[in-house]
Design a protein. Structure first.
Length: 346
């Protein structure tokens, strides 16, 4: 092996020096540049000795020296220039996949596993909860922090398990609370085999190391008015309503809502059954509307089993809503028969 963990190498396309932190098979390395780790192909790096030799100057030339006392020039009179650091461009938070390959007996290159990283390309620090589900059943979870412009390693996934309907679930919150920002932001990624193989084919054609999916571009603002009613203007000369811009100012949608009363309020013991049902239905309507505005493909409502009153009320409401393509209350590995899955059409 030409390189070993701990070696200092030169990134050819950027002329930066990096440290090798891991060996990813026969063709790839994981390197670190100033605290940021990322994968590179071995043919994209080299040892930095030639660069250091050619750039090293034992004595500065006269034209590089400023005029000193009595026309003489001294090394200690050279001005030290401060490096100018340009602000980094923000592009959001991404989930990145790094395929690790090996060569089989026939000489073909096959993907053995996928290394997952969170890429924070923003100026904010986040706390996050990550869960991986296969066929709706939890398989892996992690709570941690993500710092600005940090590459955070999550875990490895055996490539064969990507056929088991994986779902990557995230819940983000700001490390430093901001009264103007949302308390949390929940998002998920469901990757189908067809998408995965298309990404792998694209990687090979472009000779790149990773593929990524954007989880969000900007952390959402807090919404003080949760109502989604939009007043239509009486005049026919009003500006057209831009739904895409409005979504940026709304509370984030949830993929799963739990309507058990103890999840909705701490002060529920004095409520009557009618009050409890009314609060549960209002919460359902709120997150149903948010799911529609955000063009969410589906929504899971946890209503419990009990006597079925809340479930029946929700099902009656769903039958009258035009955005509902279908809904089903069947056994779920996480919620049993106590949840209804809703699928939307737009």
């Amino acid at each position: 092996m030409k390189y070993q963990v701990g070696d200092i190498v030169l990134i050819l396309h950027s002329n930066e020096e990096a440290k090798v932190v891991d060996i990813l098979g026969d063709k790839m390395l994981m390197v670190d540049v100033e605290g940021v780790a990322f994968p590179v192909y071995m043919d994209q790096v080299d040892f930095p000795y030639f660069k250091r030799f050619t750039e090293k100057k034992l004595f500065p030339s006269k034209k590089d020296l400023p005029a000193g006392r009595h026309g003489k020039q001294y090394i200690d009179e050279l001005r030290k220039e401060k490096p100018v650091q340009e602000p980094k461009a923000e592009s959001g938070v991404w989930l990145s996949f790094l395929p690790v390959t090996e060569t089989d007996a026939s000489g073909d290159e096959i993907v053995k596993e996928l290394k997952l990283h969170l890429l924070n390309q923003t100026n904010y620090s986040y706390s996050f909860i990550y869960e991986l589900h296969f066929f709706g059943k939890p398989d892996f979870d992690l709570n941690n922090e993500l710092h600005p412009f940090e590459d955070f390693y999550l875990h490895d996934i055996v490539f064969e398990t990507m056929n088991d309907n994986p779902s990557f679930e995230f819940k983000f919150s700001l490390k430093q609370p901001d009264n103007k920002k949302a308390d949390y932001y929940e998002t998920s990624l469901r990757l189908k085999p067809k998408q995965l193989f298309a990404k792998l084919k694209d990687l090979k054609e472009k000779n790149e190391a990773t593929f990524s999916f954007k989880l969000f571009e900007t952390y959402p603002d807090k919404v003080t008015d949760h109502g989604l009613d939009i007043e239509l203007p009486v005049s026919g000369y009003a500006k057209p309503y831009d739904a895409k811009k409005a979504r940026q100012h709304l509370e984030p949608a949830l993929s799963v809502i739990d309507l058990h009363i103890e999840k909705l309020t701490n002060d529920w013991r004095h409520l009557s059954n009618a009050d409890i049902l009314n609060l549960q239905l209002k919460t359902f309507e709120k997150y149903y509307d948010l799911a529609i505005v955000h063009l969410q493909p589906s929504l899971t409502v946890i209503h419990g089993i009990g006597e079925g009153v809340l479930r029946n009320e929700i099902h009656d409401l769903l039958r009258a809503k035009k955005e509902v393509k279908s809904f089903v209350n069947q056994y779920h590995p996480l919620y049993g028969f106590g949840a209804t899955e809703i699928f939307f059409q737009y």
